[in-house]
Design a binder for this molecule. Structure first.
Ligand SMILES: Cc1ncc(COP(=O)(O)OP(=O)(O)O)c(N)n1
Ligand SMILES: Cc1nc(C(=O)O)sc1CCOP(=O)(O)O
Ligand SMILES: [Mg+2]
Length: 210
């Protein structure tokens, strides 16, 4: 994957916003996001056909604007939609399994915060790692304690070269710290999905980082 695409990585599912998700995504794209992950998860998340319909709608918006469309967790959905990529965590499907099932062009993102996890992701051929939580977050129901941007410093210091995107509690006031620690990008849900004006929220984040 082109690591420039990780700079402003927006993640959202239908339960992360009170506005229509398609409107939020369009505004976020107008504001300058560079990548999108469909994460339909947690309380009230859509399932089955409804989930697929929303995924297709958001994918077509991304496609029109040439924004990579990544699916969280759901490999079957990612494959059936010919998504640009899939993101998995340590408790999800292994990279080895994904490599067997997915087209070789599909971007594979993996959550990794320890040196062991990051080295394993590199060995297995992940395209990028997501490291977090950087800061306190209430968006992920089972989020762990924050490791701070120091967690990214530590991975870089120990020689991790894979593209890294920080995640968790990132907003316009702390995004720069994450990049300064060695990340190629920042990912965020609520900073945009909960904003009254998602376009302005995205463009403010972009201004802070460019
Ligand atoms: C870019 C990015 N980084 C990390 C995660 C977290 O993935 P995971 O640990 O599998 O947790 P869930 O998102 O599935 O709850 C992510 N989604 N994206
Ligand atoms: C999906 C997710 N994964 C995390 C991790 O630490 O792996 S934190 C998180 C939630 C990010 O939402 P917000 O930007 O609203 O804090
Ligand atoms: Mg997961």
């Amino acid at each position: 994957m082109n690591k420039e695409n990780l700079l402003l990585y927006f993640i959202m599912g239908s339960n992360n916003t009170s506005q229509p998700p398609s409107q939020v995504l369009k505004k976020a794209i107008n504001g300058g996001i560079t990548c999108f992950q469909f994460r339909e998860k947690g309380s009230g998340a859509l399932k089955g056909k409804e989930k697929e319909t929303l995924a297709r709608e958001l994918q077509s918006i991304c496609c029109k604007h040439k924004i990579p469309f990544i699916v969280n967790d759901d490999t079957e959905l990612a494959i059936s939609l010919h998504a640009d990529g899939i993101h998995v965590g340590q408790d999800d499907e292994s990279i080895q399994e994904l490599k067997k099932k997915c087209p070789s062009s599909m971007i594979i993102g993996v959550s990794a915060k320890t040196i062991e996890e990051a080295e394993e992701a590199e060995r297995q051929g992940a395209d990028y790692i997501g490291t977090g939580p950087m800061f306190m977050t209430t968006t992920k129901e089972d989020a762990e304690l924050p490791i701070g941007p120091e967690g990214i410093w530590a991975l870089r210091k120990q020689g991790i070269q894979l593209p890294i995107v920080g995640i968790g509690g990132i907003n316009e006031t702390n995004a720069v710290e994450v990049i300064e620690a060695g990340a190629d990008g920042v990912s965020f849900i609520s900073a945009i999905s909960q904003a009254d004006d998602p376009e302005k929220a995205a463009s403010t984040l972009k201004d802070r980082l460019t």
